[in-house]
Design a protein around this ligand. Structure first.
Ligand SMILES: [Zn+2]
Length: 172
């Protein structure tokens, strides 16, 4: 799905004349779709042009870093998928190696079919693409770091709250 979303994003941003080197992606979830997005669009966590917003939605945004203009893609395919949760529960068991061999084989075949369907489906059955206009994505704030007042370890300044790092806060 990440691959399909990424291709659609590249098409749509090119159609709008956006410079691919200025794109910043914001992702609503942290699934394997984000790997496809990083690999195909070149927006990566390490290059800091991929922002994990983690809203929990299968929604992905590409913006021009300066203007904020861009394209949003929401994957509606998952709304109808696996309503009885039978696929997901078998997926968990399969990953743990808990399915008996015949069931595991059947699940693998079903999984392959699903992937093939997603790769071939018309875009509109998978997601909707809408223009987006909003403030440009926040800059990641450089590399400046200061020691945490509690543990003394250095952390990015913008992520210290009252001089305390997030790790120390999470233990309070
Ligand atoms: Zn600390």
């Amino acid at each position: 799905m990440g691959y399909r979303v990424a291709l659609a994003a590249l098409d749509e941003t090119a159609r709008r004349g956006m410079d691919p080197t200025t794109l910043v992606a914001t992702t609503g979830n942290d699934t394997c779709a984000v790997d496809g997005i990083q690999s195909v669009t070149g927006c990566t966590f390490g290059k800091r042009n991929l922002i994990p917003a983690l809203t929990g939605k299968p929604a992905y945004l590409w913006q021009d870093a300066r203007s904020g203009e861009g394209v949003r893609i929401y994957v509606h395919y998952w709304e109808q998928f696996d309503r009885e949760e039978t696929f997901r529960s078998r997926m968990s068991e399969w990953k743990l190696g808990c399915l008996p061999t015949p069931e595991a084989k059947a699940f693998e075949a079903e999984h392959e079919r699903m992937i093939a369907d997603i790769l071939e489906a018309p875009a509109e059955t998978l997601f909707r693409v809408t223009p987006y206009s909003g403030p440009p994505p926040a800059r990641s704030g450089g590399f400046a770091a200061s020691p945490c007042a509690k543990c003394g370890e250095h952390a990015k300044q913008s992520l210290l709250t009252d001089g305390i790092c997030r790790e120390c806060r999470s233990r309070e």
